[in-house]
Structures are given as structure tokens and as C-alpha cells.
Design a protein around this ligand. Sequence first.
Ligand SMILES: Nc1nc2c(ncn2[C@@H]2O[C@H](COP(=O)(O)OP(=O)(O)OP(=O)(O)O)[C@@H](O)[C@H]2O)c(=O)[nH]1
Ligand SMILES: [Mg+2]
Length: 320
Amino acid sequence: MATVAGWVEAVREADARSLARVLSVVENRGPQAEELLRALFPAGGGATTIGVTGAPGAGKSTLVDQLAREYRRRQERVGIVAVDPTSPFSHGAILGDRVRMQALFGDPGIFIRSMATRGSLGGLSAATADACAVLDAAGFRRVMIETVGVGQGEIDIVQLADVVLVVLVPGMGDDVQTLKAGILEIADIFVLNKADRGADRLQQELRAMLGLARRADGWRPAIVQTVATEARGIAELCAAIADFESFQAAEDRRAARRREQWRRRLERLLRDRWYEAALAPHLPAAALDEAADAVAARRSDPYGAAEALIAMARRAAERG
Ligand SMILES: Nc1nc2c(ncn2[C@@H]2O[C@H](COP(=O)(O)OP(=O)(O)OP(=O)(O)O)[C@@H](O)[C@H]2O)c(=O)[nH]1
Ligand SMILES: [Mg+2]
């Protein structure tokens, strides 16, 4: 079955073991991965991709678990991609046990994939996007992505998700003042989890801060309090997600957001491809190292070094 046509068939049938194998092909970036993704692409686009990000330990996995179960109760098929760039060893523990058990014990409406941490964050984010594309093509109507909001992670989720949930926790250094500027802007919905510790003050502060900002699309991010461990606030969170989906459905906002996401991803793809096709083959293996040495020793500056490398590659290409 190790042909692309076979893989495509397996994705259509969406049985867990075949899906896992297909995702490994994609994740390992094997020679068939691109062909496979191209073959699957036309079947995608039907999923609502929900990104869940927040600080380590905020309760993201517990929330994803609860949301998944709520969507299952509503007969929606749920795919979950858990990205954990910080701890490659905790794969078994990434998701809450309940939904994992439900998947293990044969509910074909739930599929869970943990992304291994290999290579760069950039590579990881491409692999995550591709994993979501596979689950989308496999007919999961809700595809949830859990990422820890460190470094670039939370920004990448914006490039991928139709809906972004930012999970905050009261009294965990998540004071609104200390929130990184970027994270306020990416949230379509704020989830104040661990509300059993009292989240009213955080909610007030957040609301005050959001009142000052105005999003380009006019959406006012919802704020929902949850106690994920007790399934409290989950129905409200589903309702908030549905509200945002209705908002996006109007005036083709979702299409506009996706267009913008694809434009950026295409740009990145073009940059990579151009570098690989037009530049890298024409540079001697040592050229980049030598240039890095020179910049580190301050014998040249990075901009000059980049220009020099491009000129070197051009000359080599002209010589054929
Ligand atoms: N008191 C309280 N504890 C919670 C709540 N939600 C989750 N927790 C606990 O917080 C801890 C972390 O929960 P996780 O769901 O693993 O958090 P996470 O954000 O996925 O963590 P990482 O993936 O490691 O970043 C666990 O011990 C949960 O039981 C909540 O609403 N209230
Ligand atoms: Mg987690």
C-alpha cells in the first residue's frame, strides 16, 4: 500500500492506523510526502481549524480534551494535533487521558497526533500545517492544534488556524500588564482557565485593555471563563467559537483570512524554493561558513555578506 494512491485511499477511509502511517510519511518529509499532500489537497478545506495556545501548564490539553468530547457529543469528528516543542519526552502525556482513552477504545470520530520535535521551529510549523491538511482531507470537521505559546509558536498558529484561542490563567504571571504584546492581538477568543481560582479580576483587566484596541476586522474577542478539569464553561466556549464562526461566515471573512494565510505561506515557500533552486546549488559548500566566520569576526557585515554570496552564486550560475 506504500503508493501515493494507496495513502490517499487510506486517508479517505480515515482509519486510525493508516492515518498514523500517512502522517509519519508527511512528518518525515519523505520523498513521497509532497506528492501525497498534493493529491490530498483538493479534498481539504472543509475543516474548521482551532488553534489553542497559552503558557505551559495553562490547561490547554485539558481544554482540548473537553472541547473534543463536547464536539463528539454533537456528532462532529475531531482531529487533534498536539505540538510540544519544549518536551519531546512527554508525548504520552500531552493530552488529557479521557479523550485519549476514547480514541484508543475505538471511537473513529477522534484522532490524535503528537508532533515530534525535530529540526527547526520553522520545520515543525510546516509539518504541523501539513498534518492539519491531512486531517482536513480525512474529513475531520474540527481540527484542533495545541501549541505552547513560547517563541514563535503562537505566531505560527495565526498562519494556520481559523479560530485562535488564547488560554490565560489568573495569578500565574499572566497579568494583563505582562502579556506579550503579540498574544493579545492573535486571540479571537480568550479562555480564562482555572477560573476556580477566581478570574474576575483578570477578566476586568483584559476587557479594559481590549477596549483600547480595535481589530481591523471589527471583531471584539470574546472572553470565556472555564474550569477545564470540571468541564465548566465548555458549552459557553463552544458557543463563543460558534459566534466567531458566524461572524467569519458573514462578508466572507473566513475566506479573506485564509487568503491572507495562504499568501504568507506561499511567500515563505517561494523564498525557500528560490533559495534551494537558484542560490544553494551555486554556492560552494564552504561559502556560507566562511561568510559566517567573517561576520562573526566583524571582518564583514551581514548585509554585505549576503550581497557577496548572491553575487558569487550568480557568477557561478552564469559560468554554468
Ligand atoms: N485548578 C485547576 N487546574 C486545572 C484546570 N485545568 C487544568 N488544570 C490542571 O493544570 C495542569 C496542567 O494542565 P494541562 O492541561 O496539562 O496544561 P497544558 O497547558 O496542556 O500544559 P503543557 O502542555 O505542559 O503546556 C494539570 O494538572 C491540570 O489538571 C482548571 O480549570 N483548574
Ligand atoms: Mg499540553
